[in-house]
Design a protein around this ligand. Structure first.
Ligand SMILES: [Mg+2]
Length: 296
């Protein structure tokens, strides 16, 4: 990309000094002063044109926001606080400096509300489509990270918001549930947690497999997003199907002790017997994992 050096200089000018970042963008590596006694949590996530977004439909600002928000949502899932991120961008040769700046500003739009700093990155131009990767560093902030493996028989299963139909637009605009997770773990014994990226039926399976438990879900209790109803008008799958199997809701699914009084929607119960079932209209049936099939 012409102006790559201008981009680096511009990104440096956008960076504000902080207690965490001793050396920000512009050196070979960023230097962070990690808080004493805090665990470091690390993850990485990528978005690809034609899979996770469509560059002919979505603005660079929205694409930058999405890639950062996917990483922030993983921080929510572990109940850690995001601290810093680094990014790589593979730019099509056709885009200009302003486009690259918008990608960066989109990442900042997502990261700034959570005080997560973008401390470095790498850009390259090529003949291919736009691809972006963000790696994130989270800090435990005095809380033991919540894993997928801690669900116990008898625990309630909860979600933090309505599900389904994110493809109508929410997959680009969701808010990672970082604050909700931070409140939950401080007030309640959360035993397992995951963010709903692949869809309820698939992500619940991840929790059950890693916790070595089963689950029974009550269909009538699943909160269904208005988008699921809209989507069902378009493809004639019922809204419940969208809520169960669409991905990229990025709400949290968590389990907690049976007597916990949690201000979120309970959708089912963890069982000692393996297998995931759904009760619907008085019938119990296996809940098959269908999950998200990159429908962009
Ligand atoms: Mg996740």
């Amino acid at each position: 990309m012409p102006g790559e050096f201008d981009l680096i200089r511009w990104i440096q000018s956008q960076h504000k000094p902080s207690d965490l970042v001793l050396t920000g963008p512009g050196d070979d590596l960023a230097v962070l002063k990690w808080p004493a006694n805090e665990l470091l949590l690390v993850g990485v996530d990528q978005v690809l044109d034609g899979v996770h977004f469509d560059s002919t439909l979505h603005s660079p600002r929205a694409i930058g926001r999405k890639v950062m928000n996917r990483n922030l949502s993983d921080c929510a899932a572990m109940a850690c606080l995001p601290a810093a991120a680094v990014a790589t961008v593979a730019l099509p040769r056709s885009v200009d400096l302003e486009y690259a700046k918008e990608l960066y500003l989109g990442m900042r739009d997502a990261a700034d509300p959570f005080a997560c700093e973008v401390v470095g990155g790498d850009t390259a131009s090529w003949e291919g489509k736009l691809a972006m990767t963000v790696a994130i560093l989270g800090r435990s902030a005095g809380v033991q990270p919540v894993l997928r493996s801690g669900a116990k028989p008898g625990d309630g299963i909860y979600v933090t918001g309505p599900l389904g139909g994110s493809i109508l637009g929410r997959h680009m605009t969701f808010t990672p549930r970082i604050f909700e997770a931070a409140v939950l773990v401080r007030k309640h014994p959360i035993t397992a947690m995951i963010d709903l990226s692949d869809g309820l039926s698939r992500d619940l399976r991840h929790v059950c497999e890693q916790s070595n438990v089963g689950a029974v879900i009550d269909a009538s209790s699943i909160p269904i997003h208005d988008d699921a109803i809209m989507a069902s008008r378009q493809d004639r799958r019922i809204p419940l199907e969208h809520a169960l199997h669409d991905g990229e809701d990025h709400e949290l699914l968590f389990t907690t002790a049976p007597d916990a009084n949690v201000p979120h929607v309970r959708i089912g119960t963890v069982t000692a017997e393996p297998g995931i079932f759904i009760d619907r209209d008085g019938q119990r049936a296996p809940l098959e994992p269908k999950g998200w099939e990159h429908a962009i």
